[in-house]
Design a protein around this ligand. Structure first.
Ligand SMILES: [Zn+2]
Length: 303
């Protein structure tokens, strides 16, 4: 394809371009971006339009297999390119769900056959998205999934979700979680607040999302932090504190968190307690209290 796209506002964050310029395409490839005086190829006047690289929607529902009357891989792909999206990631809540490699392979082959947009399947975290046992994650990776998610269903079982994170880490696979504690949100139809009270409707508290986000952050950190031997509980505390704007001293000493983190930085087995105290400008007792807490939590074998 040869085409000159003239006078469009070219927006390409990756190349840091946001300007009204021309784009020259020769043989299907962009050969120049800038002011162009080209007469030998067709022109498209993009005055007042935005010219951008193809978009990628990482959360779509193609409904195939199972609910083809609503959407198919072909119609979903056509809708995507009509809106400027050249690639989509398809959520696994098909019927049956994409929780095994045969469904993954079907989606990929059907997309190649019928979709003008690239389709990247996302596999389920749990079998049938029921949140009870892990789906066939490894085999789905081989078949071509690019991530795992139970889509609109949160994985409520923390132990199972932890296993999913660990397993996904083996494949460097993103895990996409719908953060909602279903017990907290149960029966709610709108955000819990003044308006839900006025309307007499059952609200969903923000905490339904916040608690799940916190849990999942902690679970995600367990693996990365444990392997780096960073004292977990301190970092968990930091996440909670920053999220809720709390200030908590992690030991009874009034010298505070800043001193604590200074101390933590130096605890690596090469300095004595007295040396750390001197380096951080705090008392011997302050350092010792931190070390003792770490020992209690089984995190101080390297002190
Ligand atoms: Zn969804």
């Amino acid at each position: 394809m040869d085409l000159l796209i003239k006078n469009g506002r070219v927006v390409d964050p990756a190349r840091r371009i946001d300007a009204v310029v021309d784009v020259v395409i020769r043989g299907g490839k962009i050969t120049s971006i800038g002011k162009a005086n080209v007469a030998d190829i067709p022109h498209f006047d993009a005055t007042g339009l935005i010219v951008a690289p193809g978009f990628f929607d990482i959360h779509v529902h193609l409904r195939e297999p199972g609910t083809e009357e609503a959407e198919t891989i072909a119609t979903g792909g056509a809708a995507a390119v009509a809106g400027g999206f050249v690639a989509v990631a398809a959520m696994p809540n098909t019927k049956p769900p994409n929780d095994n490699p045969s469904i993954t392979s079907y989606i990929i082959s059907e997309a190649k056959r019928s979709s003008p947009a690239l389709v990247f399947p996302i596999g389920a975290v749990t079998r049938e998205q029921k949140g009870e046992t892990l789906a066939e994650i490894g085999e789905m990776v081989e078949a071509g999934i690019v991530g795992i998610s139970d889509d609109g269903k949160p994985v409520m079982d923390g132990r199972l979700f932890r296993r999913a994170l660990e397993y996904a880490q083996l494949f460097n696979l993103p895990v996409i979680q719908h953060c909602e504690d279903l017990n907290l949100s149960k029966g709610g139809v709108m955000h819990e607040g003044v308006y839900s009270t006025r309307l007499g409707l059952k609200g969903i508290p923000s905490s339904a999302e916040d608690t799940m986000v916190s849990r999942d952050l902690i679970l995600a950190m367990i693996d990365t932090l444990e392997s780096n031997r960073i004292p977990l509980n301190i970092y968990q505390g930091e996440v909670f504190c920053s999220r809720y704007g709390l200030h908590v001293d992690w030991y009874e000493n009034p010298e505070g968190n800043k001193a604590l983190f200074d101390i933590m930085d130096r605890i690596d087995g090469t300095m004595s307690i007295a040396e750390i105290a001197r380096a951080c400008g705090v008392s011997f007792d302050a350092v010792k209290r931190v070390v003792d807490q770490l020992r209690e939590r089984g995190l101080a074998d390297y002190v």
